[in-house]
Ligand binder design. Sequence first.
Ligand code: PLP
Length: 373
Amino acid sequence: MTFKSFNPPERTLMGPGPSDVSPRVLSALSRPTIGHLDPLFVNMMDEVKSLLQYAFQTKNEFTIALSAPGSAGMEACFVNLVEAGDKVIVCRNGVFGDRMIQNVTRIGAEAVVVDSPWGRAVETDKVEAALIAHPDAKFLAFVHAETSTGASSDAKTLCKLAQAHDCLTIVDAVTSLGGSELRVDEWGIDAIYSGTQKCMSCVPGISPISFSPKAVEVVRNRKTQIQSWFLDQTLVMSYWSGEGKRSYHHTAPVNSLYALHEALVMLHDEGLENSWARHRAQHEKLAKGLKELGFEFIVPEEERLAQLNSVHIPDGVDDAKVREYLLENYNLEIGAGLGAFAGKAWRIGIMGYTARSENVALCLAALKDALNQ
Ligand SMILES: *Cc1c(COP(=O)(O)O)cnc(C)c1O
């Protein structure tokens, strides 16, 4: 048996992630690998930290890139902050809220679940009622941008409610970072995690996270040891903090961090608010075209994410066949429905480097062709 190099085709990625990676980022990835404690690499990590503070709009000292995908960022927030017996109010309006609940219960903590309909924003009045009914709750956890449905929740209001009831917030911003308005300090978010493969134009596998000083204090004052060695952020803090003070924790994914650095430089050059506006503008073009093709959106307009558009699959149309047709004939990937929407919806992502006019035009033309076949 012989094995050859793997050469993937050039696809246009318009699903729920990964999304297209900028050529600048891909070229950064192929630069020479240097030691992860090399002074030049350490300087670059300091820049990654500053650039992440910009992307998150925070001054949080503890703002780092976790060497693992978004799911590990989620787990890192829960295992560091939450202890067995703690009460956590978790909002569920899609797949990722459900995963938060699993994180809470595996710790041996109690999840108070606030359910909102799939395809809708988290209902803030229900959250307020839960906060009133559970004055002993220590955390409020919610997903800012639910990638499974395309719904955007009102993070600002949810954080205000949590603060009024002395709860710290744990926020999933995997799909919102870089794609829609997000202000960690102004909104008072305590622990936040994201991913590099959605609206950051970067390769998958890294999770930016940030903890407020209050959250860091909670981590430092835990009564019990954090059960995960790798995700124990008290061990990682010394690795990321202070010039020349870094000691070995694990080997950083050196080249992936070059990629993230490049993606963050691009975001900084574009300007965060311009990036949010670009996603919104491309969404408006896409939504108009989809409506003309007869598609109906799942999420009401005012709760809709720009970067993830979920539409009902028209009656009589074969879900898998159309996606296969798009892939084979146009090298175009769109996303299938997830969870309750499996087989019933398509999720069209315009995230990061994908959020450009030529991709919106391609997607609309390809869909039109596929539906005619
Ligand atoms: C993609 C995603 C995750 C998980 O990120 P991975 O990089 O796939 O581990 C978590 N939450 C949301 C909202 C996501 O969209």
